[in-house]
Design a protein around this ligand. Structure first.
Ligand code: UD1
Length: 465
């Protein structure tokens, strides 16, 4: 870490004009705002340990509320702000939740069984807080939850969460900006739930609520994401009865009580995939330690299609390639697991901006994941958006610029672009990125990147770490 005097009040006012739906975007940023600064053009090289999965961890933390007795210990949590916020929510609800081991281990005692309403100002910070609905309804028969927040990437409806809980006999209303669900007098009753889309969150909420219901619940067209499997495995380790996790048909047999247990969070395939994409975009050679090769295969197979190389040795995954300009193009359709993950389509778009030819990206999960595009255009990318399809024509170079992270994965896309660009990129609104990437700049420096997180200290020094 080092520091230099902060030029308080000095402003840069980039004007971003694009040919996309978000054209004529104007931004004004002050460099005394926290930001990430990247000197681009250095190939990533070396190895890093993959962090625990953010999306799995959020669901698992909510899942700890199901334990009617004992203490649940979660290991391998990522050290990111979303986790800290959800732990704060649990504590303000009256559960006893303590982070330790550098925030990688969480101990939760939820045996009290009656909880306060989750505080709206924290709930509104992330979509993951929606996962509190299922366990709270199961434990206390009634739940009131403020509207969750999270990335602004499309409509993000909640009708399937409602459908799942109604399928177990609950009533559901929306009142004064809050969701309100109530179980029948004798508790939730297992039922047949068909999800019109394989929603990750709705599958998880239904599974959690059903685990303490009376009787058997089947969830058809369930999400198959590894995060759903992690949550099902936690509930099984707590004494629950779940089968079919990882397939489109999950069966949950309700039990009377669940107990605490110890559980390891799976590696984050989105974090690992982001580093893999960045390695290829910079012509680098990295090894991801503790990665789940199978969970990464949708993105790794695209990288090898393009001419990059991938090798697996146990839980070490090596990714390397020649200069990005030597790669061949590919098109992407982001879709539910095991399809290409929507959370990686934005970083992958940054890679494609430097690949010869014209390629398309279609996100079939979210209709509005385009926040990165005006800023990639500002950096010199040639991108058009037609409906829900992004059309990228490769350019020979990107140039560093002042840009803003409009959401978590848009921020990741700008990091990839900044690493591959010529010159300096400064990324503002970094709080979005901090929601999901543990120690991003330190890890990138470990891989040879020139990348710092810049903060303003109490003494008006710019602190770079
Ligand atoms: C989770 C992840 C997110 C990821 C997404 C898809 C967390 C905290 N977030 O979000 O990073 O991008 O899975 O892999 O785990 N939908 C409805 N009605 C509903 C629920 C969802 O129509 O009730 C739609 C959504 O608008 C979206 C699609 O279903 O188009 C998928 O959403 P879903 O799988 O539920 O995503 P999340 O669980 O919110």
């Amino acid at each position: 870490m080092f520091s230099y005097p902060c030029p308080i009040g000095s402003n840069v006012s980039p004007s971003v004009s694009t040919n996309t739906q978000t054209s004529n975007l104007q931004t004004s940023v002050a460099i005394n705002e926290p930001h990430i600064v990247i000197e681009g053009g250095y190939p990533l090289s070396g190895s890093i340990q993959v962090a625990g999965s953010k999306n799995a961890a959020l669901a698992l933390i909510a899942g700890t509320l199901l334990a009617t007795s004992g203490v649940t210990v979660l290991h391998n949590l990522p050290n990111i702000t979303d986790i800290a916020d959800l732990v704060a929510i649990l504590n303000s609800m009256g559960a006893i939740a303590n982070l330790s081991q550098g925030n990688s281990t969480l101990t939760v005692d939820a045996s009290a069984g009656r909880f306060n309403e989750p505080p709206p100002h924290l709930v509104s910070r992330m979509r993951g807080s929606l996962q509190l609905l299922g366990p709270l309804l199961a434990r206390q028969g009634i739940v009131r939850l403020a509207m969750p927040g999270g990335c602004n990437i499309g409509a993000r409806a909640v009708d399937l969460h409602e459908k799942g809980l109604r399928g177990l006999g609950a009533t559901w209303t929306i009142d004064a900006g809050c969701f309100f669900a109530e179980a029948p007098f004798d508790g939730l009753i297992g039922g047949a739930v068909y999800l019109d889309k394989p929603s990750v969150g709705a599958t998880m909420n239904t599974m959690m609520a059903a685990s303490l219901a009376t009787g058997v619940t089947t969830i058809e067209n369930a999400a198959q994401e590894p995060d759903v499997v992690d949550l099902a495995n936690l509930i099984v380790a707590m004494g629950g009865l779940i089968e079919g996790q990882g397939t489109s048909r999950i069966t949950v047999t309700g039990v009377e009580s669940l107990h605490g247990c110890e559980f390891n969070v799976s590696p984050d395939r989105i974090e690992a995939g982001t580093y893999a994409i960045a390695a290829v975009a910079t012509g680098g050679d990295i090894t991801l330690i503790g990665a789940d090769f199978n969970a990464l295969s949708p993105v790794l197979s695209k990288l090898t299609d393009m001419g990059a190389h991938v090798a697996q040795d146990g839980n070490h995954v090596r990714v390397w390639s020649g200069p990005v300009q030597t790669l061949t193009g590919t098109s992407i359709v982001a879709s539910p697991h095991p399809g290409f993950p929507t959370d990686l389509q934005q970083p992958f778009t940054s890679l494609l901006t430097l690949v010869h030819g014209t390629n398309t990206i279609h996100d079939s999960v979210y209709e509005g994941r385009f926040g990165h595009i005006p800023y990639l255009t500002k950096m010199g990318a040639n991108i058009k958006v037609e409906g829900s399809v992004t059309i990228v024509s490769g350019v020979s170079t990107l140039s560093g610029a002042d840009v803003k992270a409009t959401d978590l994965r848009a921020g990741a896309a700008l990091v990839v672009a900044g690493l591959a660009a010529n010159g300096q990129t400064r990324i503002f609104d970094v709080h979005h990125i901090e929601r999901g990437y543990q120690e991003l700049c330190q890890r990138l420096r470990q891989l040879g990147a020139r990348c710092w997180h810049v903060n303003v200290s109490d003494t008006d020094m710019l602190v770079m770490e």
